[in-house]
Design a protein around this ligand. Structure first.
Ligand SMILES: Nc1ncnc2c1ncn2[C@@H]1O[C@H](COP(=O)(O)OP(=O)(O)OP(=O)(O)O)[C@@H](O)[C@H]1O
Ligand SMILES: [Mg+2]
Length: 470
């Protein structure tokens, strides 16, 4: 098995998802069986013994591949296994052999729990999937999400590569996703192509996702926040299967790996975050690195709120390279799509800011410094070992101190760089309006015209009022 470490191997979204979700579902069911039959301390040994028994079973089935042999051998295994593999249905030689091989592969995959639930999201949970499979590892994320997030992620993805013509890039990436829209029976591929699902694919996937949603247990070590029951209409619902970034979100990074960065790496990281934050401001993504508020219809920055550092992922790299930055959980605030008054007010806010770019940079950078401070360790650490907690606290103190000392200048730099990427000749704005932007514009027009309208209105600010150097 290839070891999974921080930065080297990022497995892509599996191409055969119906099969992969069936495997995942079986692994979850097996895990359930072991969880209910054995206390935590005895599980690893029990799984090891199980794998040995399945190895013997496979040997027997290869010798005499008939249902009777399979059924007899399965009788020696833990209760419930026969149902997981629908043993009674394995009525041909080929089926018996395939089933025995599947059982063995699964048994070896069980050494690590195949899926973890992350914090509950607004529309549904986020599942972090990872299990060994022969030479390779499968690692991906399943998120119950919505049309807005899928469109926003496509925008960030395309802009981050200069609409497919990367010159210098924007300093961050977006993990690639396969998106399912079961209301319309569509699959959107990582490259933006949209295909119709066959009825078998649709049925199997829907069935597997529904079963996973019910069967995946809550994480034993973390206190779960129950999802705010916000109803999303079936037309808006999507399930995204995303490549898993093998790193940490910025919050987890801040109290773990942050101190391993040297001065230049920290500066570079903060500069990249400044770039991302400015793009967020433009898109209307209010849930990441800054906070704003509305009072009597007027927008302003809100320095007394906390940012959401969970929506940036970082991957440490070897040597002196700064960490890779990934923008996840991308969305335009829904009011900007649905409420024309809020949209007009926000547009006025941005236009006002942009009329004085120096002021704009100052406002956003100081807000980031104020809101990105981390005041408390996540709950699950409070029960952990005292020494770990002390370390984590010290790391956080350093992160907060660096925000004060390096943050403002580096964020300002990043914001200016992003502004330059947007408005320079052949920059993002001109690409967006040109031929290069046609694919993305058409895609959004087809998927979510109101989203496109709203975004376009804000991009127009930059197109029509060229500004002098900041
Ligand atoms: N592609 C990914 N690779 C690795 N980890 C991920 C990925 N996507 C999400 N995660 C992890 O799961 C956490 C939650 O994911 P995400 O931010 O997408 O949903 P959420 O915060 O639950 O949704 P919401 O913001 O609507 O509440 C992230 O902070 C990150 O730690
Ligand atoms: Mg999030």
């Amino acid at each position: 098995m290839a070891a999974i470490t921080n930065s080297r191997y990022v497995p892509p979204v599996p191409s055969n998802l119906p099969r992969s979700t069936s495997t995942l579902l079986r692994l979850v069911q097996l895990q359930e069986i072991f969880q209910s039959e054995y206390p935590k301390s005895q599980r690893p040994k029990a799984i090891e013994a199980y794998a040995a028994k399945v190895k013997t079973l496979e040997g027997k089935c290869l010798k005499s591949p008939d249902l009777e042999t399979l059924e007899k051998a399965v009788d020696n295994l833990e209760w419930g296994i026969a149902d997981v593999y629908q043993v009674a249905k394995q009525t041909s030689e080929e089926k018996v052999i395939a089933c025995a091989k599947r059982m063995l592969k699964d048994a070896y995959s069980l050494v690590v729990p195949p899926v973890k639930r992350s914090y509950a999201g607004l529309e549904g949970p986020v599942f972090l999937v990872e299990y060994p499979r022969g030479e390779k590892s499968k690692a991906y994320v399943i998120k119950w999400t919505n049309r807005n997030e899928c469109c926003a992620s496509r925008v960030y993805d395309q802009l981050s590569t200069f609409l497919g013509h990367p010159k210098d890039g924007l300093g961050f990436s977006v993990p690639h996703s396969m998106v399912f829209d079961f209301a319309q029976g569509l699959r959107e591929c990582p490259n933006g192509e949209v295909h119709k699902l066959t009825s078998e694919e649709r049925e199997l996937l829907q069935q597997n996702f529904d079963a996973l949603l019910i069967q995946v247990p809550f994480d034993e070590s973390r206190e779960e926040i129950s999802p705010a029951s916000k109803e999303v209409s079936p037309e808006e619902r999507r399930i995204a299967v995303t490549e898993r970034i093998l790193g940490e979100n910025l919050l987890d990074f801040s109290y773990t790996k942050y101190p391993s960065l040297d001065f230049a790496q920290k500066n570079k990281l903060f500069t990249r975050l400044g770039r991302l934050a400015f793009l967020d401001l433009l898109v209307g993504n209010w849930d990441r690195l800054f906070r704003i508020r509305q009072e009597s219809g007027e927008f302003s920055f809100e320095n007394k709120a906390e940012a959401n550092l969970g929506n940036v992922m970082l991957v440490l790299r070897a040597g002196k390279e700064p960490p890779l930055v990934y923008a996840i959980d991308n969305a335009m605030d829904l009011t900007l799509v649905q409420d024309s008054t809020v949209r007009a007010n926000y547009l006025a806010f941005l236009t006002r800011l942009y009329s004085d770019p120096g002021f704009m940079v100052d406002q956003l950078a100081s807000n980031m410094v104020a809101c990105m401070k981390v005041y408390a360790l996540p709950d699950f650490l409070s029960g952990g070992c005292q020494q770990n907690r002390q370390h984590a606290k010290a790391h956080l103190a350093l992160f907060n101190q660096d925000l004060e000392q390096l943050g403002y200048a580096a964020f300002s730099q990043g914001i200016r760089e992003m502004l330059d990427c947007l408005v320079k000749e052949k920059g993002l704005i001109s690409l967006w309006y040109g031929e290069e932007g046609a694919f993305l514009r058409d895609h959004l027009q087809g998927m979510y015209p109101e989203f496109l309208d709203s975004l376009q209105e804000r991009l127009d600010i930059f197109q029509f009022s060229k500004k002098e150097e900041v």
